[in-house]
Design a protein around this ligand. Sequence first.
Ligand code: SF4
Length: 350
Amino acid sequence: MYNTNINEISRWFTKNKRQMPWRDTKDPYKIWLSETMLQQTQVKTVIPYYKKWVSNYPTILDVASAEENSLLKAWEGLGYYRRCRNFHKASIIVTDSYNGRIPDNYDTFKSLPGVGDYTASAVMSIVFGLPYSVLDANVWRVMCRYLGIKNITVNNKNRIRTQLNHWIKQSKNPGDFNQAMMEIGSQACSIKKPKCNNCPINQSCKAFQFGEPEAYPKPVKKKGIPTYDVSVGIIWDKDKFFIQKREKQNHLGGLWELPGGKRKVNEKLEKTLQREINEECGVKVKVGDRAGFVKHQYSHFKIKLTAFHCSLKNGSTMPATKSSNWIIPGDVDLYPFPKATLKIFDQALT
Ligand code: SF4
């Protein structure tokens, strides 16, 4: 039964695999990059970022010697910026400690910043042909259905791992096996309306046999996420406005932003802005016209972001520092900004 499934999976993958730019290479740097970009992000979103990145930074040495600011700019809009900062840090370690060669040992590779089980297994199997199975959200769903698992328990997780490890050890090509399982999850075993008739493991899939594949696994109730009202200022001094860099340890760390912050209960947005700018920058501002409004969702919260044109009150000054600057609108392209701020720029600076 096991071998039959593996052969079926392999045949199905040959026939159904989608073209992706990282599927033409075994370059460990490029596979690692693609797997890092693909975390929590859809393939179609990643493709243009991946192509541009590889053209700007063809080798790991190019990444190691780049400025973090430039890398974040290339990552701008892809989200989860910690991935980019960690990839940069890890590239420097690979260059300095491993002569620029990406380790071909699971534990050594996994010790690098930002490399977890998933990335280590993907790179080790795809590049070096080692039998480490990946378990991302797609594979998890396929396996829950295949084994007829409804609830997430430690025992059920072990059953999934055991089954995957069993398969991958018997597979001739562990990298293709992992990619095939992810592809089945994305093309056949979708959350809604799985296409069981085009699935290579339907003959032994429990959820299919039970006639209700969508019931496996039981959906986890998502907690509601909070929404914050945020007020930011475009503080003008002649033709320049003020931007500041977010601290590395914070959400969106390393990106640049407009100063401002969260509204307190019953506070007017203009008041929020004056209070926040005074607290953050130690200056007083005059708040002028509304410059833009956007709604944006992050993984754990949503924001309603309102921007105002502002100017410094008489006597207030804000000199540029290493983590702040006065720029003209044409300089926006030189700095990495969060997506919501870019949307504000689209409304306010055109
Ligand atoms: S047979 Fe259907 S439910 Fe089972 S793994 Fe395949 S697509 Fe998913």
